[in-house]
Design a protein around this ligand. Structure first.
Ligand code: MN3
Length: 187
């Protein structure tokens, strides 16, 4: 069974950039919801609990059809959020030099997501970096791309503090990017 991972910091650790109430609801309600619904889906095919969710998403076309949509939504939701918590940190760190150019493109892409989704910096098999967006909870792994940095641009990630002002949320979020974790992801 999948479980909600602990946050690597307290709910108020990212204040004032990301507020404690948003973090608490995002983690204990939204992420927990994905975990619970992923478990419910997998109970229909319990043998799949043995396969890491990463592998199920990489080979999503081979997953049982009756739970494929749930694996994409709830498996992706669980994986994306687990990744998201780790690419943020309370301690301000210097941006990696290769991200100076990417920042503007990433911000534009995050602003362009229509409805709910994510913006990513991903690496392909050759290690080439690019910026992509995915709708809803789709994981870059479904395109055989490895996430290096990711931003949740669902309204639940910012509406309490910023209401409709997504640009303010994105700008605030750059202050809490965990560049040492991003560097690990690059390697
Ligand atoms: Mn979210």
């Amino acid at each position: 069974m999948y479980e909600l991972p602990k946050l690597p910091y307290s709910y108020d650790a990212l204040e004032p950039h990301i507020d404690a109430e948003t973090m608490r609801i995002h983690h204990t309600k939204h992420h927990q919801g994905y975990v619970d619904k992923l478990n419910v889906a997998l109970e229909k095919h319990p043998e799949l609990f043995k396969t890491p969710i990463e592998d199920l998403l990489r080979n999503i076309n081979r997953a049982p059809e009756d739970i494929r949509g749930q694996l994409i939504n709830h498996g992706g939701g669980h994986l994306n959020h687990s990744f998201f918590w780790k690419v943020m940190a309370p301690e301000k760190k210097d941006m990696l030099s290769e991200f100076m150019d990417i920042k503007e493109e990433f911000t534009k892409a995050a602003m362009s997501v229509f409805g709910s989704g994510w913006t990513w910096v991903v690496a392909d098999h050759a290690g080439k970096l690019s910026v992509i967006t995915t709708p809803n909870q789709e994981s870059p792994l479904m395109q055989n791309l490895k996430p290096v940095l990711g931003l949740d641009v669902w309204e639940h990630a910012y509406y309490l503090k910023h209401q409709n002002r997504r640009a303010d949320y994105i700008e605030a979020w750059w202050n809490v990017v965990n560049w040492s974790e991003v560097e690990n992801n690059l390697k």
